[in-house]
Design a protein around this ligand. Sequence first.
Ligand code: ME8
Length: 517
Amino acid sequence: MTDKTPFYITTAISYPNGKPHIGHAYELIATDAMARYQRLDGKDVFFLTGTDEHGQKMQQTARAEGITAQELADRNSGEFQAMAKLLNASNDDFIRTTQERHHETSKNIWNRMADAGDIYKDSYAGWYSVRDEAYYQENETELRADGVRYGPQGTPVEWVEEASYFFKLSEYQDKLLALYEAEPDFIGPAERRNEVISFVKSGLRDLSISRTTFDWGIKVPDDPEHVMYVWVDALTNYLTATGYLEDKNGPRAKYWPADVHIIGKDIIRFHAVYWPAFLMSAKLPLPKRVFAHGFVLAKGGEKMSKSLGNVLDPFELIEHFGLDAIRYFLMREISFGHDGNCSEEAIGTRINADLANGIGNLASRSLSMIVKNCDGKIPVCGPLTDEDKAMLAAADALLASTREDMEKQLIHRALTSIIAVVSETDRYFAGQQPWALKKTDPDRMETVLYVTAEVVRQIAILLQPFVPGSAEKMLDLVGAAADKRDFTALGEAGRLVSGTPLEAPSPVFPRYVAPQA
Ligand code: ME8
């Protein structure tokens, strides 16, 4: 038994109608950084990702390729799993909505909503976007000059008329508004919260929650002519993986409700309106927070698209720059919660400034001086000057500040403050001139090198969530014991031990040189 506090974090589950793109990689990396941060901070983390395999979009894509939807799902879900591995994602499970466990939970939640009297049979006539798998009101759509009608996300909509079950969403309007009021942190960031509140205030209509014109989905209990609307089943994935609905004493039931669902801004309505309404109806606890990140855009803020030829492939980027360079860039360059641009030039500039010339250079300069001048061992720390104390205090303060940032999903801010301490250490190191002290005051040189190495150690511990492989290498270089790498080893508690042998450092973050055109 563990007495650690459970922490449940999820990504959206991706449609495997194609291969994963940079937006999928971005979301998974960010969520992984948050999961790793909480694990290092002592939480009992359950981190879930997966694929959303039903619906009309999957069936249409499969048909166009001349294969079955199941074959398409199998092939591309495999690609998403391969990407998770390549990204060094620390997810504890990977859910596929075609799994039996998920069919069971989806039927269970449906039955609970039906038992609550919130489901009725009628017929639907209205606009539907297959690309978004979303129903839209006519006033949310526009007929453009090309003769095609588009929904609010810029995808074409088509007219649908069919027999359908409905969920009484209209009865949840006041309850949802009361939820947003009572739990101001339920939706982040603030722009998305405001957007959701005004959407709900504008009036909620009952939601069509089953389809009869195709069959690639989970059958509605006792009415196999209907398959569930894909979003009913998709959202339920978060519950399925915990087993909470089937057995409240099961091994993963303690993780429900989720601490945070990390999603993109285009799917906030499903997560912050439909999902809590379904859960309220089913009389189940609500997730504590839904946080919507922005979109990764191409250079100049353009949307990535095949026709513009500006699509960045995560597999190719990693091959070219290395995994941790890409993880770092995406987390540091884009303010989490807002859109941000990504280009090869921007990646090269950022990783050279912060990683190669920043932390990498600081670590290799200070540690190679130690290896050369201190008998290959962590030096002795003599009496501390005010500058030494201020330097250590800046490093010691990072836990509290990054913890606060990470609780609010301000990943870029946490990284910025870590890198600010790297710059401060550079200035400290340059100002103290340990290379000059070597002749005039070797004891003082040792103290300066000790303080610098100690800051490098703390920075490496704190960088683990973001660049896990490189941070581990840095911790090896600085001689940090294997059992002193979580956040309990930050600050005074884990100070470097004088006399610990060190190996000559090899570069952790090589300088990136763009290939000649
Ligand atoms: O929406 N930048 O799946 P999906 C950043 N199956 N994030 C992006 C992005 C970009 N350019 N493009 C997409 C779905 N995303 C549903 C989710 S959850 C119960 C069901 C994000 O494959 C997008 O916002 O279209 C979403 O969070 C995730 O990638 C999966 O998108």
